[in-house]
Structures are given as C-alpha cells and as structure tokens.
Design a protein around this ligand. Structure first.
Ligand code: CU
Ligand code: ZN
Length: 159
C-alpha cells in the first residue's frame, strides 16, 4: 500500500470493561491523507439502550492527545490519554481524531477508512481509544461515548 517508513501502528489492549480485547491499528500514508485499518477481537457483547443508559456497541473510536495508556482508577481507565486530538480547534464531530464507530461481529470488528485530516507522522506519540458506547458526533467535547475500554499508543511502525 505504501512505504513502511510512512506507517504508524498501535497495538490495542483492554481495560476491565473488555478484558479479553486485543487488536491492531495501522495508519498508512496514501495520497492526500491516511488510510486507517483496524482489526479488533474481544469487544463486549451488545446491550441495547435503556432509559438513561447508552447502548453497548457500536463503539466510539478516536485518537486522543497523549500516548499514555495508564490505568489509575480501574473503573475509569485511560484518563491518562487526555481528550480527543484536535489540532485545528474544531468542535467534536470534526476533530482530526474523530473516527467512525466500530461495529462488532460477535466481538470482532474490522474497518478501513480514509481521512484527509492527518498523515501518519503527525500522530506518533498519541493514542487510540475505543469507548464502551457509540459516539453521537455532537455532544461536546467527546460525543458521549462513555468509558474507555481499550487503548493503544501510536508508534512509528519501524520502532
Ligand atoms: Cu475517545
Ligand atoms: Zn472528538
């Protein structure tokens, strides 16, 4: 697809909300932007929305500011990753780090999409987060997508 030197990579692991989760995210440099390819296993089982509670699945998916996937409070994991990566001061829904939601197939999700908002080199040292609930793409500042169930630090693929 492209020169490996232009590829970024994040290895995903799960919090207590998705203890069996693992996965990979690749960011390939392509003409005018980046092709994102993600594959995840072990996503939580679908749970329909109730009055006052978001559904579990599909899953919010973003780039966050800091490449730090620490768990201090197990009930509120990966706060160390900060908020959505937003280099151009946009509202949520148009952050450079706002991605399509992940649709699960019995715990497995695979998706590929194009974005013109960055190149792989721009996101080294940031993180990828998967949330427990869907992103509504309008609630500020983070789409009401709930707990952080998985995290991965974004590296240069050769490192
Ligand atoms: Cu997020
Ligand atoms: Zn956002």
């Amino acid at each position: 697809m492209s020169n490996m030197m232009n590829t970024a990579y994040a290895k995903l692991s799960g919090s207590i909300y998705a203890p069996n989760l693992f996965g990979n995210v690749y960011f390939y440099s392509v003409e005018d932007g980046t092709e994102v390819y993600v594959e995840v296993w072990g996503l939580p089982t679908y749970k329909p929305a109730t009055n006052g509670e978001q559904p579990i699945s599909p899953f919010g998916f973003h780039i966050h500011d800091y490449g730090i996937c620490d768990i201090t409070d197990p009930m509120d994991p990966y706060t160390s990753a900060g908020g959505h990566w937003n280099p151009t001061d946009q509202p949520h829904g148009n952050h450079a780090g706002d991605f399509p939601v992940l649709f699960s197939n019995n715990g497995y999700a695979r998706m590929s999409f194009f974005t013109d908002k960055f190149k792989p080199i721009d996101i080294i040292g940031k993180s990828v987060i998967i949330h427990q609930n869907p992103d509504d793409y309008r609630t500020q500042p983070s789409g009401n997508s709930g707990k952080r169930i998985a995290c991965g630090v974004i590296y240069n693929h050769l490192n």
